[in-house]
Design a binder for this molecule. Structure first.
Ligand SMILES: Cc1cc2nc3c(=O)[nH]c(=O)nc-3n(C[C@H](O)[C@H](O)[C@H](O)COP(=O)(O)OP(=O)(O)OC[C@H]3O[C@@H](n4cnc5c(N)ncnc54)[C@H](O)[C@@H]3O)c2cc1C
Length: 438
């Protein structure tokens, strides 16, 4: 199948409508190419706000945007819902859930999936949060557990339902721990008068010695202070050994009884089949040259979380953040046009604009190059950056109104359980419960 049938222009197939894929398509607007974007979902997900969907303070639609709608004014753009299964680089085709598709240029922008490091039990019982279905699963689990806790009269029986263990103290773990703590501190007793704040335990665990290990020590220190003030117990230098749905065990013997383990301890590239093993780097990422081209290929590009551009300056590749994906997408879009026109291509150079993480209301940490600051101003910057980056005016408006509502009422969001979530029952839950890429 060819998306545009007998077009005189080269066909650029973009797999993935995430931050990177979107940027490639934007760069190629009104240019002499045909674009076919494929994604398993018909929407773009703004992952940085997934944790607010999980806590029920934002509805999922407000952090997602229709891919068709986003490009409805771009005449060289086509979209199909399809999962890409296999790449056949020797014949320039891909196998997808809607059939075989031929390409002139292929951009792999499939992002990453949760890495459970081969531990099947953890994969079965712990909650990942990389997509909207997974964030909703987590929301249902959290609120179902609170409902269960209300029914338990004996402390020992109630406690596991009210104990939340977050594994992985990167931005996702830190932001989610802060949000759960704020829910417990300000909201829970209004919705659940039977439960008391001090019934709820929130642990944030990491095998590293500090939270936000990729940010400055100053940011880590401030984040740790904020979390401790919110009542989150930090378990640092703590390596998880097992979780069986009832108790999580750490190396050294510490065991916590819990019905909710949230896993944000690692990611791995979501690569379709067909990429030679010698082109796959640490973290299951596709090794590229400095034009984001898969090594050994002239017309296959990999960008964002799924790519590893190994150079002397970036021996481990680039960090898995939205800015890397966006800037790679921009570079690839422009270089495809240079290649078509026979012009010189430009190597990718990452412009690191810095990192931000928020830990509850009024508190955030910011490392913007040499400028590092924490507290209220960092929180305002976080709000501005996230609102600005969200796709769609309606979404920006709704999220802003929600945030204002939450800020003044301390009780925003709907926290609805729309369908029942059963821990570990992959078949009967929404897709991607445990493994997007198994
Ligand atoms: C909870 C969370 C919070 C985050 N917070 C931040 C933050 O605050 N700041 C920041 O910079 N970064 C943050 N990140 C990281 C950031 O979201 C990623 O680095 C970024 O999304 C990577 O962009 P991408 O285009 O490579 O992939 P993605 O945005 O993940 O997009 C990949 C797309 O590919 C599709 N896809 C995957 N496999 C297939 C397939 N086989 N066939 C068809 N379609 C497929 C997916 O459906 C998805 O739409 C966060 C990530 C998470 C999970």
């Amino acid at each position: 199948m060819s998306a545009t049938d007998k077009s005189k222009f080269p066909l650029v197939v973009i797999v993935g409508g995430g931050f990177g894929g979107l940027e490639v398509a934007r760069r190629l607007a009104d240019k002499p190419v045909e674009i076919l974007m494929l994604d398993k979902h018909n929407y773009h997900t703004f992952q940085p706000l997934l944790y607010q969907v999980a806590l029920g303070s934002l509805e999922s639609e407000s952090i997602a945007f229709s891919l068709r709608k986003n490009f409805s004014n771009q005449s060289n753009f086509r979209f199909r819902i399809a999962e890409v299964k296999q790449i056949h680089s020797e014949k320039n085709t891909i196998d997808t859930s809607i059939g075989e598709i031929a390409y002139d240029f292929l951009v792999i922008a499939t992002g990453s999936t949760t890495n459970f490091f081969g531990n099947k039990d953890i994969e079965h019982y712990a909650m990942p949060m990389k997509s909207i279905p997974e964030a909703l699963n987590l929301r249902y689990l959290i609120f179902q557990n609170l409902e269960e806790a209300v029914l338990k009269k004996v402390k020992e029986e109630r406690e596991p339902y009210l104990t939340f263990v977050l594994v992985g103290a990167g931005p996702t773990g830190v932001e989610l721990a802060g949000a759960i703590a704020e829910f417990r501190n300000y909201v829970m007793e209004k919705d659940y008068p039977e439960l008391k704040k001090d019934h709820v335990n929130i642990y944030l665990a990491d095998f590293q010695p500090r939270v936000l290990g990729t940010m400055s020590e100053q940011a880590s220190k401030a984040a740790e202070d904020y979390l401790e003030k919110l009542g989150v117990e930090l378990l640092l230098n703590a390596k998880v050994e097992s979780y069986d749905g009832t108790a999580i065990k750490f190396e050294g013997g510490k065991t916590i009884k819990t019905k909710s383990v949230i896993w944000s301890a690692g990611v791995m590239g979501a690569i379709p089949d067909g990429v030679d093993k010698d082109k796959i780097e640490r973290g299951n990422r596709i090794r590229t040259d400095n034009l984001c081209r898969m090594v050994g290929s002239e017309n296959i590009f990999a960008i964002g979380d799924v790519a590893a551009m190994i150079t002397p300056e970036t021996p481990k590749g680039h960090p898995g953040v939205a800015q890397v994906a966006i800037q790679m997408g921009d570079n690839v879009g422009k270089n495809i046009l240079h290649i078509i026109k026979g012009e010189e291509t430009k190597p990718f150079k990452y412009n690191d604009k810095g990192s931000l993480a928020t830990i509850g209301r009024n508190k955030a940490v910011a490392d913007l190059g040499k400028i590092k600051f924490q507290g209220f101003f960092a929180w305002l910057v976080w709000i501005f950056v996230h609102l600005f980056s969200l796709l769609g005016t309606r979404n920006k408006f709704i999220v802003f109104l929600n945030w204002m509502g939450n800020y003044f009422s301390y009780n925003g969001g709907s926290r609805l359980i729309i369908r029942r979530f059963v821990l570990g029952d992959v078949k009967n839950n929404a897709e991607e419960v445990t493994k997007a890429n198994a």
